[in-house]
Design a protein around this ligand. Sequence first.
Ligand code: OOG
Ligand code: MG
Length: 259
Amino acid sequence: MEKNYQAVADYVFEGQKNRKEITKITKDLAKDYTVEDAYKAQEVLLDLWKKEGAKLLAPKMGLTSKAKWDQMGVDSPIVGYIFEDMIETMNEIQFDRYIHPKVEPEIGIVLKKNLKGNDLTIQDVLDNIDYVFSCVEVIDSRYENFDFDLVSVIADNTSAAGAVFGNEKTDPKAFDLSKETVKLYVNDEIYAEGDGSAVLGHPAEAIVALAKHLNQYGEEVKAGQPIMTGGITAAPLIQPGDKIRVEYDHLQNLEITVR
Ligand code: OOG
Ligand code: MG
């Protein structure tokens, strides 16, 4: 029997739109969902947002590091989408746009050429990077206490809710992206640190994985899109008044106040 993706998408959409916690879909609505089903429901959800006028900006990779797997209890990379209106100004996060936001430092990649296929290599990606940039994703699972599983988080567009992008374009040829260290400070105290190798061994590997995912639908990774490759460290909950600072080796440092 055809599964009711619309009902699941409607349920998650309500939670997203009203910034209201919902119970994870696998508890009741989507008990028998496969990962494939979850992506179908995600597609219907994205269509609901597009009907509201939201403009897709880029796909994103999530759950690409062990730090995130350990924190969330789900150990498989996932793909979601960022809309244009999710991008916050460079120095501020508006707390009231979220339910219970967390922040995670990431490395962003913009390609200069579309990439497609199942057997791309890290080198293929490196040869086609336009620039890399620093970014902090603001994740805001709609599920109570971020309590989800693989299927539920995919259907919730991978907790996508906001992001802060640095505005400096860095050429990754001059250094090894897998060794780029990243330190996350909350209110001047170090919360966590890691480096590019945390992301599937190399941030470019996240683009390889994204290409594989998109290829199932006959799609490719597009040039010009700002793609977040996944949280490098665990993600702390934030509160109004918090000061978030992310220090990178070569990428632009970010300093963000939660309003
Ligand atoms: C899911 C989103 C994960 C990342 O970078 O790992 C993600 C979550 O942790 O809520 O975006
Ligand atoms: Mg993320």
